[in-house]
Write a protein that binds this ligand. Structure first.
Ligand code: 13P
Length: 351
């Protein structure tokens, strides 16, 4: 854990932040400052470690999203109880992480939208998680296209993510930045692209304002698809084209990894779309951090019965292998089960 200084965000690297005042422009001034001032940010003591962790999690075959989902709501850490499995994680160079947000609640003054709680006490909680072995954190907020989204909801989502990311990095945890743009709605793919561009522009604007080190974060975006109730489905090639267009316009190459959520797509769709995005090189590692698209068949197979455990483990291995191939662009859908092709979209889905 060496401490270091970093030169962050010059005018060129911030040019992709659309619609906001440039970083070398004074409020109210007509143009960029003439001085050669650069802003040198003294990064926190964990910076070197964060960069290594984020890069490692974003490498094929590495990284684990072993997220303690219960912690955030019950306020009691389960990390100690699972110390033996954490040791296994370390031996295999896998990284344990923790969900640190405290869930979504209605956002007053918005169009029936929500905001994500959890900033109070986050610094001390994060320091404790680090001591217990966690090396990354997760914070999920959502944006709804049919509800607008309102400027207020987008700003709140982006600001909350940025504060969380800064606090996580300050305490040695790589923040996974997840503004989930919900699949709900009957809009075309072009509308999703428009909203996603706006949301990510705002997220990166506030990440920069909060001096978050981009090399030490991971992103968890939704893929750019038509709304779940749109009359036409899009092919994996179309989804890949729109999603990569959006990401290339908004995400700097210093970010090491993009780990998609599945958002209600079928297992097969999520894998096919990921595969399509890896047909040519990208500036960042493009991979997955699915819940539903990894767990659906597994949970249906297991049904909570001990006699089904082996079959459920096999089902998990099938999905893990399929997505592992897809992150390398080498997946073929041949032999996929009918179950894997079933969509999982649920209107107004909540965790
Ligand atoms: P889904 O893959 O089910 O969208 O969930 C991913 C996740 O972790 C949401 O926070």
């Amino acid at each position: 854990m060496a401490s270091s200084s970093m030169l962050k965000l010059n005018a060129a690297s911030s040019s992709w932040i659309a619609g906001h005042q440039s970083f070398n422009q004074r409020p109210g001034s007509a143009g960029p400052l003439r001085s050669r001032r650069v802003s040198v940010i003294r990064a926190g003591s964990y910076t070197d470690e964060l960069l290594k962790t984020a890069k490692s999690i974003a490498s094929p075959g590495r990284g684990i999203l072993a997220i303690d989902e219960s912690n955030a709501t019950c306020g009691k850490s389960q990390l100690q109880m699972e110390r033996s499995s954490w040791t296994v994680c370390k031996m295999r160079i896998l990284y344990p992480g923790i969900k640190v947000d405290k869930g979504l609640v209605p956002l007053p003054g918005s169009n029936n939208e929500s905001w994500c709680q959890g900033l109070d006490g986050l610094a001390s909680r994060s320091a404790e998680y680090y001591k217990q072995g966690a090396r990354f954190a997760k914070w999920r907020t959502v944006v709804s296209i049919p509800c607008g989204p309102s400027a207020l909801a987008v700003k709140e989502a982006a600001w909350g993510l940025a504060r969380y990311a800064a606090i996580s990095q300050d305490n040695g945890l790589v923040p996974i930045v997840e503004p989930e743009i919900l699949l709900d709605g009957d809009h075309p793919i072009e509308r999703t692209l428009e909203v996603a561009e706006r949301v990510w522009a705002e997220v990166f604007y506030y990440l920069a304002e909060n001096n978050v080190v981009f090399e030490g974060i991971l992103l968890k975006p939704s893929m750019v698809t038509p709304g779940a109730e749109h009359k036409e489905k899009a092919s994996p090639e179309t989804i890949a084209k729109y999603t990569l267009t959006m990401l290339k316009r908004r995400v700097p190459p210093s970010v090491p990894g993009i780990m998609f959520l599945s958002g209600g797509q079928s297992e097969a769709e999520a894998t096919l779309n990921l595969n399509a995005m890896n047909q040519s090189p990208n500036p960042w590692h493009v991979s997955f951090s699915y819940a539903r698209a990894l767990q659906n068949t597994v949970l249906k197979t297991w049904q909570g019965r001990p006699e089904n455990i082996e079959a459920a483990q096999k089902a998990l291995l099938v999905r893990a292998k399929a997505n592992s191939l897809a992150q390398l662009g080498k997946y073929s859908a041949e032999g996929e089960s009918e179950e894997a092709k079933k969509g999982m979209f649920v209107k107004g889905y909540t965790y």
